[in-house]
Design a protein around this ligand. Sequence first.
Ligand code: ADP
Ligand code: 5GP
Length: 189
Amino acid sequence: MTKARLFVISAPSGTGKSTIVCRLCEREPGLLHSVSCTTRSPRPGEIDGLQYEFISTEEFQRRINDGYFLEWAQVHHAFYGTPRTPIVEALQQSQSVIMDIDVQGGMEVKKAFPDAVTIFLLPPDLKVLENRLRSRRTDDERQVALRMAEAANELKYADRYDYRVVNDELEHAVSELHQIMMKEMTSNL
Ligand code: ADP
Ligand code: 5GP
């Protein structure tokens, strides 16, 4: 017997959020991964509707006006937003949800849902972070520089999250996150 929870994962770009969220969804098939909308272009291999729904800035603006988003933010010069309905419906149906969003979104969600469990994923250090960004081969030099410049600011938010996990060895980090989630889904039942 588990209790439905809303999990929020944030980290500087390149830390390994997408990789870890994907592994967690494999371990917990009942978990809903919230698919965000974004105005950035798809990276090679990204499929519309799977990693993100890729929409124009005009469409994004229309959806803001319609109250479509639970939260939204501008990150690295693009817009990102979480559709409200799938999350509200999942929680109503006792399904846990995992969101991979930036620190601005993380703070918004915690304000709106104080019961949300917020987890900050840390890179082992900034050099490793830069290597991961480059090894992903999805961002040009300008994007890597932008993401590294913003990482320093994002790291300042780590203390405001309920949990902090270092993504050094992947399987170890996945297990640590999974344990946190299991604990939160079974506590105070
Ligand atoms: P994010 O979603 O936080 O931007 P990604 O999940 O895309 O980050 O990971 C960035 C890169 O780092 C990817 O190439 C991924 O395979 C790699 N990566 C993720 N976690 C680890 C890890 N623990 N050790 C080594 N490489 C990792
Ligand atoms: P990327 O372009 O690397 O996929 O994501 C860039 C940043 O945007 C990451 O920090 C990611 O967590 C964040 N992000 C993705 N979706 C959302 C969202 O719906 N809302 C907010 N606030 N940030 C998001």
